[in-house]
Design a protein around this ligand. Sequence first.
Ligand code: GLN
Length: 387
Amino acid sequence: MYTSTFPSKLPSIGTTIFSRMSALAQQHGAINLAQGFPDFPLHPSLMDWVTEGMQKGYNQYSPMPGFLPLREAHAADIHRRTGTIVCPSEEITITCGATEACFTAITTIVQPGDEVILFEPAFDVYLPAIYLAGGIPKSIRLEAPDFDIPWDKVKAALNDSTKLIIVNTPHNPTGKVWQHSDMIALEKLVEDQELYVLSDEVYEHIVFDEHQHHSALEYPGLREKSLVVGSFGKTYHVTGWRIGYCIAPPLLTKEFRKVHQYTTFAAASPFQYAIAKALLETSHMDGLRSFFEAKRNFFLDSIKSTRWMAKPTQGSYFQIVSFENISSLKDVEFSEYLTKEFKLASIPVSVFYQQENAPSLLRFCFAKSDDTLEKAVRLLCHISASL
Ligand code: GLN
């Protein structure tokens, strides 16, 4: 029988902040700029293609590594955009969202006692997976407002037990985009080491201003040691479809699939069919930068003359905002207060740190319709004026 003394495998982990804030937003009728998902509709063709997939009979298990035409279309798209050659049959695995891909990648690589370097603030999926694999997280703190990678600290954290480095670019929650020089530094670091890289690149198409996304796939020294994770849910505004992927060299993919086949076996067939069709039309992907940049700029321009402080996010669909000049509450309390009293939900950034002393920052998701964003920025201006 379950009792309160049940020996939890994750004693320090609760329900994710995303579920909690979405529930709180719903309960209080608040605008939800917390959990990262679009509230605007998907492209109608995607719906037609799901239906077509079902009508054509793609309703049973897809092959365990994923629907082959999807993997082929994806490899062709990567080649078109970056010139990188990826083998669809031996190097791409379709997963149930990027969350499964990250979890599976960590489970594949990390053995009990292995150390894993990650950067905080860190997206919340990594730590539990490290703990469940018996790994030891070694967090390196990134400091606001620039969240630059302190390479001296990374080098100092490295030792014979280090097995994996987790990279996330564009970064959730800060939007930080790794520069070419960061990728080179990482490439140098893993050279001649039995050290692997999990490169979480789910916001790969959402980068702004002068910034460019640099994938681990494009650096030979990283390519051979990396598991690169991405998300069609993010790219096609369909996060609920749960279609992600992992790209890794054949040997790593072979091991990755051993875990994937007993975690979820395969992702949903008709959705894979639809995305395979969508990938053949390149204009959507190429338009994502300007589509989201307009939303980010609207958000930032609207709060420019308030007491909220923000440095333009470099990528992802999140904007970090400081409330230092507005409230002395802790970020968790403040975001709950705003949700309940002002009907605006956000994510407190401290939840992405293991240490307590987090800065006064909230994360807002601007992947929302113009109408939602207009209402949200009106609330932000009102909050700044009234507190
Ligand atoms: N990636 C999304 C975010 O950061 C949430 C993912 C989830 O809810 N599991 O908001």
